[in-house]
Ligand binder design. Structure first.
Ligand SMILES: [Mn+2]
Length: 314
């Protein structure tokens, strides 16, 4: 019988990200040796609190990212020519088992970090970020964390009776010491909030908070300047929730909030981090069922390309 089993099919996905060579990060991690960056999908949305569907994000991004050209004109280089990048496939986890998902993701990411590669992970909902951060911080120590999102993601179990879902990864990362003191940057924040205490945990950890009003007032370049100056040479992780972008530019997501970044601002934000020691990135919450003409998946592909270009230009 030649047909793949369902787990095999889920592991390999459909077409590779950016038409890259494929590898099997779950089944054959030895093949990752020598890679600078490994792209992974985590088709998991069991942590979603509103509209589900982000589990299909990796499939949409693989399909759409295949159309991007290889050359980055502002950097004057072709990231995939300079770096050895692989599509490591998907880390499949049933939507019912969040503990299982976290163990799987932390294990696979830990293996590829141990092999010297940097993870670029496509979600899935934002709950996939915590196990990635655990794995990367275990190898690198506490990280600077650039968190682009409409939301703080510092909720606790009081809201849903669950300690782990897509509104909680930043709380756990802070409380577990995965973030170096004073180097959490939350960008794209806006309301309405549950109550006035929404920023309390971030503030208690000396996070730098940049609301959409701040972005309107200061501009992306000024904010990137502050982020770069504060981070310095620290290992830095970028987690990009596509709902930071305005629903007009990124309708394909489960918890859209009006008044967000334009696609130009989002691209300038990632491009503006040039110089950081990027040790990993994720792009989460793309839910293709709510997308139109692939605009969200296309923007997400370009943001991922910008992230990989950050690695290539160092
Ligand atoms: Mn989020």
């Amino acid at each position: 019988m030649n047909q793949q089993t369902l787990p095999e099919y889920l592991r390999h996905g459909q077409t590779p990200f950016f038409r890259l060579p494929g590898a099997d990060a779950v089944g054959a991690p030895a093949d990752l040796r020598g890679a600078d960056a490994v792209l992974l999908g985590v088709p998991y949305d069991g942590g979603t609190t509103y509209l589900p569907g982000a589990r299909l994000g990796p499939y949409a991004l693989r399909r759409v990212s295949g159309t991007l050209g290889p050359h980055h004109p502002q950097r004057g280089l072709a990231p995939f020519g300079r770096l050895r990048c692989l599509d490591g496939g998907n880390i499949p986890a049933p939507p019912s088992g969040s503990t299982h998902m976290r163990e799987l993701v932390q294990g696979v990411v830990g293996t590829l970090v141990g092999a010297g590669a940097r993870p670029f992970v496509v979600g899935g909902d934002h709950s996939i970020t915590l196990p990635i951060l655990r794995a990367v911080a275990a190898a690198r120590g506490p990280l600077a964390l650039v968190h682009v999102d409409a939301h703080f993601d510092t909720s606790d179990e009081r809201t849903w009776g669950e300690a782990y879902h897509h509104g909680t990864p930043i709380r756990h990362a802070l409380q577990e010491g995965l973030v170096a003191p004073g180097t959490l940057f939350q960008i794209g924040l806006r309301g309405p909030w549950k109550d006035e205490h929404e920023p309390d945990l971030s503030r208690a950890h000396d996070a730098r908070l940049f609301s959409m009003d701040d972005i309107d007032r200061r501009g992306i370049a000024d904010i990137c300047g502050e982020v770069l100056e504060t981070i310095g040479p620290r290992p830095t992780y970028l987690t990009f929730d596509i709902d930071a972008v305005d629903p007009a530019f990124a309708p394909g997501t489960g918890t859209p909030v009006p008044g967000g970044l334009t696609s130009r601002e989002a691209l300038a934000l990632v491009r503006g981090l040039a110089g950081v020691d990027l040790v990993g990135m994720d792009l989460v919450e793309v839910a293709p069922a709510y997308d139109h003409a692939d605009v969200t998946a296309l923007l997400a592909s370009h943001l991922l390309f910008e992230g990989i270009a950050l690695l290539a230009c160092r």
